[in-house]
Structure formats: C-alpha cells, structure tokens
Design a protein around this ligand. Structure first.
Ligand code: ADP
Ligand code: MG
Length: 219
C-alpha cells in the first residue's frame, strides 16, 4: 500500500480537490483506493457520499477524530485529506503513516510565504528528516503564461523539494466537486487533456511504492 498525505496549512490551496482526484485516478486505473478525511469540514466525505454508484469505487475513512479507523478491505492506495490549521504534532502523527506528502501551492503572494514556512517546518519532523516520507510540491490553479505563474516557478526553484507538475486553473473542478466526480470520471477531449496535468504526480507516487523499492534493494 502507498499512503499519500495531502497537506498545507493554507486553506483553499486545493487539498480536497487533489485528494479526491488522486483517489479517483487510482480507482479508475483499477487499483483499490481509499480516501481518509482528517478535516473537520468533511469535504472529502461529502464528495464520497455524492459519488455516483456507477463511478469507480473508493473506500471512505472518517479520520476527523484521528487516524484510528483502518480500511475494512485491502487497499493499494490510501489518500489522506489533511485539515488546514493543524498543529505540528498532528502533522507528524499523519506523516508517520505516509510514504509521500503532496503539498499544493497556489500562485499567490499570500500562499507562497505560508507554504515556504510550512516546508521549513516539515524539515524538522522525524519522518521527513529520516527520509521515510518524501515531499512533493504540486502547483495548483496555474494560469499558464501569466506573470503570477512565472513567479510561482521562481518560488519553486528555492523550495528544495521535487515539483510534481502543475494543475491548470479550470472551472470544471469547482463544478464537479459537489457531484462526487473527478476529471477521471468524465469523458470528452477537454477532460482528457486535463488528465495529462495529473500524470507527473501520479507517476511520482507510483515510483515511490515502498514494496517496489524494497524489491529493487534486494530485500
Ligand atoms: N485547479 C483548479 N482550478 C480551479 N478551481 C480549483 C482548482 N483547484 C481547486 N479549485 C477550487 O478551489 C477551491 C478550494 O479548493 P479545495 O480543494 O477545497 O482546497 P482546500 O481543501 O485546500 O481548502 C474549491 O472551490 C475548488 O473547487
Ligand atoms: Mg479541504
């Protein structure tokens, strides 16, 4: 099982959009996916409730009181949607369970400093220090070719962590959020093109499979 934590203390940076999409992408690929909601607001749980019965199935885990509940059935990919305001201790608790932390960042003078500070804090936590969890930065709501997008690219140069691509700003995301859907559940050329935005982060997660790494190391 690969566990991915999606976290950033900045509200509205895309944690729930990314967590739901990663779970849906893995489910669409035929993997057994689970989505754990650790945020009081329960947006991921709401999304799962709204998800149509004919969409690729995703197991729901209510982690609003903590990460006690384990998946009922076997799982290949567990995605965790983290709350915004989270004490460092709580982040560390979730990080201990994670193989990868995906940190969304928006092109904004408000978001970049908060994210930079969060990345510095992450460095102090044991699972990151001991390289047990990898940090991946995912730029979100990018309007390509704009000055703010270029500024975000410069910010990325200074963060010292792997960038795993960028998601374009598209209204389909807020539009389908309430219906329990992702771009992986939709047909049409535009959605197909949007799915390509997700390829680098999905590839990154696949390449961090602990089982595969153990095999490669001859364990
Ligand atoms: N790439 C995107 N393009 C357009 N809107 C987006 C994109 N990513 C997220 N959003 C919208 O931004 C808002 C905040 O995103 P959300 O995933 O709820 O963030 P968080 O969980 O970090 O608070 C939502 O309305 C969501 O639909
Ligand atoms: Mg959220």
């Amino acid at each position: 099982m690969i566990t991915v934590l999606v976290a950033n203390p900045k509200g509205g940076c895309g944690k729930t959009t990314i967590a739901t999409h990663l779970a849906a992408a893995f489910a669409a690929a035929g993997l057994r996916a689970a989505l754990a909601d650790a945020d009081r607001q329960g947006s991921s749980l709401g999304w799962l409730q709204a998800r149509p019965g004919n969409a690729a199935a995703i197991q729901a885990l209510d982690w609003r009181d903590g990460p006690e509940k384990l998946p009922k059935e076997a799982v290949d990919r567990l995605i965790v949607d983290a709350p915004a305001a989270m004490k460092l201790k709580k982040i560390e608790e979730l990080l201990r369970l994670a193989d990868i932390i995906v940190v969304p960042v928006l092109p904004s003078g408000f978001d970049e400093p908060v994210t930079g500070e969060f990345l510095r804090q992450l460095e102090t936590l044991k699972p990151i220090r001991k390289s047990r969890a990898a940090v991946a930065i995912l730029r979100n709501r990018v309007q390509t070719g704009t000055r703010t997008a270029a500024k975000l690219d410069r910010f990325m140069l200074g963060v010292g962590h792997t960038g795993v691509g960028r998601l374009r700003h598209r209204l389909v995301y807020p539009d389908i959020a309430g219906r329990g859907l992702s771009v992986f559940d939709l047909t049409g050329k535009q959605n197909e093109a949007l799915r390509e935005d997700w390829a680098p982060v999905l590839r990154y997660i696949e390449n961090n499979d602990p089982a595969m790494q153990a095999q490669a190391a001859g364990e």
